[in-house]
Design a protein around this ligand. Structure first.
Ligand SMILES: Cc1ncc(COP(=O)(O)O)c(C=O)c1O
Length: 282
């Protein structure tokens, strides 16, 4: 595999980052996972905007303009012979003197890699079983709004799902509401309304979540930002998750209990695939 490291295309064996890199030492960095379809980036402006907001919040600069990053990403996918794949963009604050202070760490490290799609294939819309994680997310956590390289809560939650043979873990926040998956946003359906937690509940503003807002409106469905308890969630007319890597994913079981399934989930999946194709094939 070819990797982009600080503006250079290199074989993966040569894509080496310093042991003093703050991304490695402290998770002092940000990342984005972007869908590439037909060799083009899907919803790049939205991913870039989230990356920029994260960099502003952490007070470090994006080392290259967005257009340059997008061109490199597309070139990298071509170099790896992947026209439908996932791009992982990793940006850390780079190296600096010992200690937490970011002073003197002025050269961010940029890495891009491409990855085959796996289960995101349009002909086989995924269906996941989920479990409720014992890990609690702090409600109102401002850091949750950025895709930072600190994901320990999500890693613990996901390992709980792995241990139980489930596809994804749902996390509850410190207010007792189910708020998102370990790497996905949560939606449930109630009387033709598409419901999802507020960003302020302590979740990531997913790019796919935003796309679902557009699609739901086109389908004539109301979008409602709301709160839900674990018990209420099991009574919903349908539950689905959203994430760049797999799109819209219907859930059929939660903690071993069969969930109701709504035709709206499938309608949204179809609309999502159509939009992805329309925006990347013109
Ligand atoms: C915690 C969390 N929530 C939601 C998402 C979905 O975000 P997106 O739709 O931008 O992929 C992710 C993606 O990895 C995530 O890590």
């Amino acid at each position: 595999m070819i990797v982009l490291l600080n503006g250079k295309f290199v074989p993966e064996e040569q894509a080496v980052v310093s042991v003093f890199d703050r991304g490695f030492l402290y998770g002092d960095g940000l990342f984005e996972t972007v869908r590439i379809s037909n060799g083009r980036l899907f919803r790049w402006p939205q991913h870039l905007a989230r990356l920029q907001r994260g960099a502003d919040f952490l007070k470090f600069r994006l080392p290259h303009p967005g257009d340059q990053l997008a061109n490199w990403a597309q070139e990298l996918a071509r170099a790896n012979g992947l026209s439908d794949c996932l791009l992982r963009l990793n940006l850390s604050r780079g190296t600096g003197p010992r200690g937490y202070s970011p002073r003197g760490a002025d050269n961010p490290t940029l890495v891009m890699t491409t990855h085959p799609l796996g289960e995101a294939h349009p002909q086989t819309p995924p269906i996941w079983s989920v479990v409720t994680s014992s890990v609690r997310l702090p409600a109102e956590d401002p850091l949750a709004h950025f895709k930072t390289s600190n994901k320990l809560a999500q890693i613990l939650a996901r390992s709980e799902a792995d241990a139980l043979g489930a596809d994804e873990a749902l996390l509850i926040n410190t207010d007792g509401h189910v708020v998102e998956g370990s790497s996905s946003n949560l939606f449930w359906i109630q009387e033709r309304r598409i419901c999802t937690p507020r960003i302020e509940a302590g979740i990531l503003p997913g790019v796919t979540r935003e796309v679902i807002f557009e699609l739901a409106t086109n389908l004539g469905c109301e979008i409602v930002e709301a709160e839900i308890t674990p018990q209420q969630l099991t009574e919903a007319e349908g539950i689905f998750l959203s994430v760049t890597s797999a799109g819209i994913i219907e859930c059929d079981r939660s903690d071993g209990v069969a969930l109701r399934r709504s035709p709206l989930s499938h309608a949204l999946q179809t609309a999502y695939q159509e939009l992805l194709a329309a925006e990347t094939h013109r």
